[in-house]
Design a protein around this ligand. Structure first.
Ligand code: G16
Length: 543
């Protein structure tokens, strides 16, 4: 019998989940009852979890171990029957999604703040995924938030689980099954990709360099790229997950994955360079002297996925988040399949995936995946590239250039202004929003506006509406810029400016990206007085 204790508590008013769960500074989560309040709010909102089976794991960041024990105690006190837990509380986000689906669970907790820095002074996060393996939709996260505003008590129990021992243990009436975090996921990957071809290709002069950035994908890379595919382990970097990610920032972009970029732009470059993020759902790929923008990577994967066993029946449809470049739309046009444009946030793809309307989806923020799970999947995307290269026998550069020749090139870059004063970021957004209706027909720097709007999305499956999802300005040339505020930061606001310049299939594809998008950046600045208002001379990160 579980010995249930009821603890009196007071609401914290700041527990509104953002783009992807609740992310805050570690010190915020360490406040008395803070995590317990949020977890109890989830159980109060979803009473059907009592008697159910859940998955639990995280990216290994600071506070992960403590959080796991708090969640387990609250889960057993709320009547959960079984929890599948990654050994040492480690599970990548895609692995959690897969385990929920594979073992028919009622949901799962992902403990991560994704690419945000970790450590005592870094960030922590918690996200609840539902039965289909995807993040809880806004209707549920709103209800959890509402509950957190009035919570008065939570249920818990004494006791702890030894997270380092594989096998079943008991906490009260609840069974906790500790599993190897990698095995099930690696087996799934073996089904989706032709490991024999990739292994053989890796025996030629083709080389892979992978940087796990001291985050969760290290053990996955060692098992899958190293043991199962035979990639030399000396080319798998930073594969031990550390609570502070080695002091780094596990966001795979040119700034935070600089050592990999330096390698790939040197004479020691591997044939394919790749990195993942804190919780393993994002990725980047590079060839020698070439970085594949995530939007291009999505389009290239969509165009070539049929070459891999998991997508041998072809691609039914594709989806991209609104700020993601429209490169994948061109692929959809040529394949005569539907393409959907959703708000930022992986959860918006899940209904389309569940309804069988899309096979591949992805985002400019370095996430791509398929209908094999309901999260983005960094290791899957890198395997996709390895499998495509093994079949086509071409270099990354050749594949990218031939793609542009066939579909046109969407020069793409994102300017992030991180940690700016929230009121200043809102002023910039308001100044553009207020001018949207008057922009059509106006010209600057050789670009004429055709339309401008605030993006709103009606889910084609359940009819739910998401409004104010970012401001879009379209130009006659086929170019566009988008502006929105990030929903994942924890300090002030992050303003994102997404620039996309279009060059048709027979146009020049050799321009420098910053050159091709410079006029758009200039126009966005002139329209909103962005740099002056934000007190910034330049973006914090250009990716
Ligand atoms: C999350 C979401 C993604 C989104 C990204 C950035 O990813 O799942 O859909 O693109 O945040 O969102 P924002 O632009 O609002 O910061 P992750 O990898 O952080 O979980």
């Amino acid at each position: 019998m579980t010995d249930i204790q009821t603890i009196k508590t007071k609401p914290y008013l700041d527990q509104k989940p953002g783009t992807s769960g609740l992310r805050k500074r570690v010190s915020v989560f360490q406040q008395e009852h803070y995590l317990a309040n949020f977890v109890q709010s989830i159980f109060d909102t979803l009473p059907q979890l009592s008697g159910g089976k859940l998955v639990l794991g995280g990216d290994g960041r600071y506070f992960n171990d403590e959080a796991v024990q708090i969640i387990l105690s609250i889960a057993t006190a709320n009547g959960v029957a079984e929890v599948i837990l990654g050994k040492n509380a480690i599970l990548s986000t895609p692995a959690v999604s897969h385990l929920i689906r594979k073992y028919d669970c009622d949901g799962g907790f992902v403990l991560s703040a994704s690419h945000n820095p970790a450590g005592e002074n870094g960030d922590f996060g918690i996200k609840f995924n539902i039965q289909n393996g995807g993040s809880a939709p806004t209707s549920i996260t709103d209800a959890i938030y509402a509950r957190s505003q009035i919570i008065a008590e939570y249920k818990t129990t004494h006791g702890a689980i030894d997270v380092s021992i594989i096998g079943s243990q008991q906490l009260g009436d609840m069974i906790v099954t500790v599993i190897d975090p990698v095995t099930d996921f690696a087996e799934l990957m073996e089904k989706l990709f032709d490991f024999r071809s990739i292994r053989n290709h890796l025996k030629t002069d083709f080389t892979l360099a992978f940087d796990a950035l001291h985050a969760v994908t290290g053990p996955y890379a060692e098992e899958i790229f190293g043991k199962r595919l035979g990639a030399p382990t000396e080319h798998l970097f930073n594969t031990t997950p550390l609570p502070d990610f080695g002091g780094g920032h596990p966001d795979p972009n040119p700034v935070y994955a600089k050592p990999l970029f330096d390698l790939m732009y040197s004479d020691k470059a591997a044939s394919l360079g790749a990195a993942s993020d804190g919780d393993g759902d994002r990725y980047i790929v590079l060839g020698p002297n070439i970085y594949v923008s995530p939007s291009d990577s999505l389009a290239i994967i969509a165009a070539n996925a049929h070459l891999t066993p998991g997508c041998a029946d072809g691609v039914k449809g594709v989806a991209r988040s609104m700020p993601t470049s429209r490169a994948v739309d061109e692929v959809a046009k040529q394949l005569s399949i539907p393409s959907f444009e959703t708000p930022t946030g992986w959860k918006y793809f899940c209904n389309l995936l569940d309804a069988g309307q899309i096979t591949i989806c992805g985002e400019e923020s370095a996430g791509t995946s398929s209908d094999h799970i309901r999260e983005k999947d960094g290791i899957w995307a890198i395997l996709m590239w390895l499998n495509i290269i093994a079949v086509r026998g071409e270099t990354v550069e050749d594949i990218v250039h031939s793609h542009w020749k066939k579909f046109g090139r969407h020069y793409y870059t994102r300017h992030d202004y991180e940690g700016v004063e929230t009121s200043r970021a809102e002023t910039v957004m308001a100044s553009l929003r207020n001018r949207l209706s008057e922009l059509s027909g106006q010209s600057w720097h050789g670009e004429t506006v055709t339309s401008a709007d605030s993006f709103s999305y009606t889910d084609p499956v359940d009819g739910s509406v998401a409004e104010n999802q970012g401001l879009r300005v379209f130009f006659e040339s086929g170019s566009r810029f988008v502006m929105r505020l990030s929903g994942t930061g924890t300090q002030g606001a992050t303003l994102r400016l997404y620039l996309e310049a279009y060059a048709a299939a027979d146009d020049d594809h050799t321009r420098d990206v910053s050159d091709a998008t410079a006029a758009l950046a200039q126009i966005a600045d002139e329209l909103t007085d962005l740099k002056v208002t934000l007190h910034r001379d330049a973006p914090t990160v250009i990716s």
